[in-house]
Design a protein around this ligand. Sequence first.
Ligand code: FPP
Ligand code: MG
Length: 298
Amino acid sequence: MEELEKVKEQIKKFVVECNDKKSLELLDLLATGKMLRSKLILKITGVNEESIKLCAVIEMIHASSLLHDDVIDEADTRRGKASINALFDNKTAIMFGDVLYSKAFTELSQMDKEIAYTVANAVTLLSIGEMLDVDLTQSFNTSYEKYLDMIYKKTASLIEASAKAAAILSKKEKSKYALYGKNLGLAFQMIDDILDITQDSETLGKPAMLDFVEGKVTIPYLLLHERVEDKTKLESLYKKSLSLEESNWIKEQMIQTKALEDSIKLAKELGLEAIDAVKDENNESLVQIMYAMINREF
Ligand code: FPP
Ligand code: MG
């Protein structure tokens, strides 16, 4: 996709402007990922200088948040590649995250005021979302409301802001696109949580079935906990490195109780609500983005 190449070029230009050789070297080591936020923005605005810059700013903020997240999660893989904290150390990952983050904000400060406010506010939410995520791993969370609030802040807020900022840029109806973005983000995180259970580590580019081991009670586990007969057994496996037998037991119970099936249903419902919000906007690509996201395998 040629327009995504333009976004990558713009990111590189911004980092070149930072005048630091080490930062450029580190940028080359980052795996690019799906660039969902850029795809979304460009489908709303079309390709122009301003929209490419907006994409670059959002991708840099997203990349910096992942650099920090991999330190917080002690993750040594990211998007199938070694993470920066694994390749170097925590300090390097945090500092390079700070470079990308502050350069993105420097550029954001030169943009339309409402766009700058929308994106900056989302970054506060995402930082709080990360704190909530870490907090929720202290003990077995059984509250769907807490889970939903956390994934909204951690993941959906920046996607919502991307869609809203794109609508502001192209003078479209903000609220419709914001709702679409929010639900795309919520569904995205739910699908992520489902793939953690259904896919193998090769496909995921990171270890499989890691969420529960790390203390994350994601949507399929929440539903499973509500429905499973042997709750004590499920609770005893929480935050434990699982044997093959144990992870197979969890998967079987997820199928039997329809916890997996209903998690997928929930994500799809959010997707349909999003599609409905933009149905009069004459933008078939938004429907495609949603279906591709829901039906993705990694
Ligand atoms: C990935 O979640 C993490 C996020 C989407 C947000 C991380 C946010 C921060 C670290 C705070 C903001 C910081 C800056 C510099 C803007 P995950 O761990 O559930 O997913 P993963 O499996 O992809 O790691
Ligand atoms: Mg993580």
